[in-house]
Design a protein around this ligand. Structure first.
Ligand code: CP
Length: 311
């Protein structure tokens, strides 16, 4: 049973192969090899999604699988059935599951263990690993490399930031600055683990709560929406804390060589000005298309032993 629950679970060489494959999928015309022919995947999204759900559904279909879709109100989980029992039922009938919740990653591990089936983490509270693959692949496709890039992340230290940090920690000589609102930064233990991992390959991580003091020469300015899917801010006046992290043309002018990235969905006027998101330096829409490329690459990797059940 091999799923895709956390970037921590995947060997670096394998991860880089997945990123490399993601970056080529967009340039490869259909048809894809039907690596998932005869398989049936569950696609369970307990939280809203436009990109990830569409990407994994279309990727599974184009790879030859059939899919069964479940929305937030569909499962007997809502009436009190346990995750363990739910996983057992999925495992009895499905060949894999793509799953999004706002809950802990451990919930997905329970489903994977009890069902004995591969589970893809399409976003959990702690980590959005498929987004990390997508983002690294978008950088690879644009720059021809990930090694040596300087990335300025502006916004909340959410599950997208965690995945971005984890995947960039596997590349060489990358500089990552997280400019996060005070009180909404990365978990200190996570940041320590990123620094430890990055030290092996010359990759460094810095966190600041003052965007004005950032003095790197960035290749990428990356932001994310202020209200992460499935989470709520603890204070009513949180917007005041986030306002200095709005990426507008003046912010982009400080990094004239940088491209702009965004995991989307965007809220123009909050985290980003429309002229930046839709401007010449934005690769956010190519990055969004990479959601499909990365979904294909992840599913191909999970079912890489063609002809054998991944279960
Ligand atoms: N970036 C991302 O995960 O988008 P969706 O929430 O639309 O899937």
């Amino acid at each position: 049973m091999v799923g895709f629950l956390s970037l921590d679970d995947v060997d670096t060489d394998e991860l880089h192969k997945i990123v490399g494959r993601s970056a080529t999928v967009l340039d490869q015309p259909d048809p894809l090899e039907k690596r998932l022919s005869g398989k049936v995947l569950g696609v369970y999204f307990a939280k809203t999604s436009t990109r990830t759900r569409t990407a994994f559904s279309t990727a599974a279909l184009r790879l030859g699988a059939s899919i069964v879709q479940y929305g937030p109100g569909d499962l007997q989980l809502n009436t009190g059935e346990s995750l363990h029992d739910t996983g057992r039922m999925f495992g009895a009938m499905l060949d894999g599951l793509v799953m999004r919740t706002a809950g802990p990653l451990e919930d997905m591990r329970v489903v994977a263990r009890s069902g004995g089936l591969p589970v893809v983490n399409a976003m959990a509270a702690q980590e959005h690993p498929t987004q990390g693959v997508c983002d690294a692949a978008a950088m690879l496709r644009h720059f021809g490399r990930v090694d040596g890039l300087s990335v300025l992340y502006v916004g909340e230290g959410n599950n997208t930031a965690v995945a971005l940090g984890k995947i960039l920690s596997t590349y060489r000589d990358v500089t990552v600055v997280f400019a996060t609102p005070k009180g909404y930064g990365l978990d200190a233990a996570l940041l320590d683990s990123l620094r430890e991992k990055g030290a092996e390959s010359g990759t460094r991580f810095v966190e600041t709560h003052d965007l004005d003091t950032v003095d790197i020469t960035a290749d990428v300015v990356y932001t994310t929406r202020w209200q992460t899917t499935g989470t709520a801010k603890p204070s009513a006046d949180w917007r005041e804390d986030f306002r200095p992290f709005h990426v507008d043309d003046e912010v982009m002018a400080r990094w004239p060589e940088a491209v702009f990235m965004h995991d989307l969905p965007a809220h123009r006027g909050d985290e980003v000005k429309g002229s930046v998101l839709d401007g010449d330096r934005s690769i956010a829409w190519e990055q969004a298309r990479m959601k499909y490329g990365s979904a294909v690459a992840i599913l191909e990797w999970i079912y890489r032993d063609s002809g054998q059940s991944a279960r």
